[in-house]
Design a protein around this ligand. Structure first.
Ligand SMILES: Cc1cc2nc3c(=O)[nH]c(=O)nc-3n(C[C@H](O)[C@H](O)[C@H](O)COP(=O)(O)O)c2cc1C
Length: 140
């Protein structure tokens, strides 16, 4: 839906401008290295891991954020675990605001199958785990 109306390079430029992070030249949103059919398969697996929520397949971009507890707990001890989640909330809110500034909508995704998503991402679910996700696309 979103990609048909605005080219991925337009989205990339707008997102780069909005979120201030660079998107490597030559790497479009849908033709990341290795963008073979298995990418579509991966997208379907992400959607399945997120309990088949339709926005995963329909949106232009799905962000998956993982957390590494050690990076927080070495400094804050057990309390660091709480900060991981607060941080994830801030990051996603920034995405909401950045997307809004370029006329896009975001849907935060907290409902996902932890084990399936960590497996898909190739992480162990303890030293690193999926903490939050969000989809970006055309505002409804
Ligand atoms: C922590 C969190 C997790 C969420 N997880 C989901 C989700 O898994 N699926 C979904 O459709 N919406 C999810 N949402 C979006 C809420 O459903 C949405 O923010 C709420 O319905 C209010 O709608 P609005 O953001 O358009 O105002 C989540 C929102 C938050 C803050």
């Amino acid at each position: 839906m979103f990609l048909q109306e605005r080219s991925s390079s337009t989205v990339r430029c707008e997102l780069r401008r909005a979120v201030g992070c660079d998107w490597p030249e030559g790497r479009s949103l849908r033709s990341r290295p290795g963008f073979e059919p298995e990418h579509e398969h991966r997208q379907v697996r992400v959607a399945a891991g997120c309990l088949d929520q339709p926005q995963i397949l329909e949106s232009a971009v799905t962000f998956l954020w993982t957390a590494v507890p050690d990076r927080m707990t070495w400094r804050y001890g057990e309390r660091g675990y709480r900060y991981l989640h607060l941080d994830a909330g801030h990051v996603c809110q920034n995405l909401y605001l950045a997307a809004l500034s370029v006329g896009c909508g975001v849907c935060a995704i907290g409902a996902f199958d932890d084990a399936a998503m960590n497996r898909l991402l190739g992480i162990d679910g303890e030293g690193q785990f999926l903490i939050y996700a969000a989809t970006v696309g055309k505002k409804p």
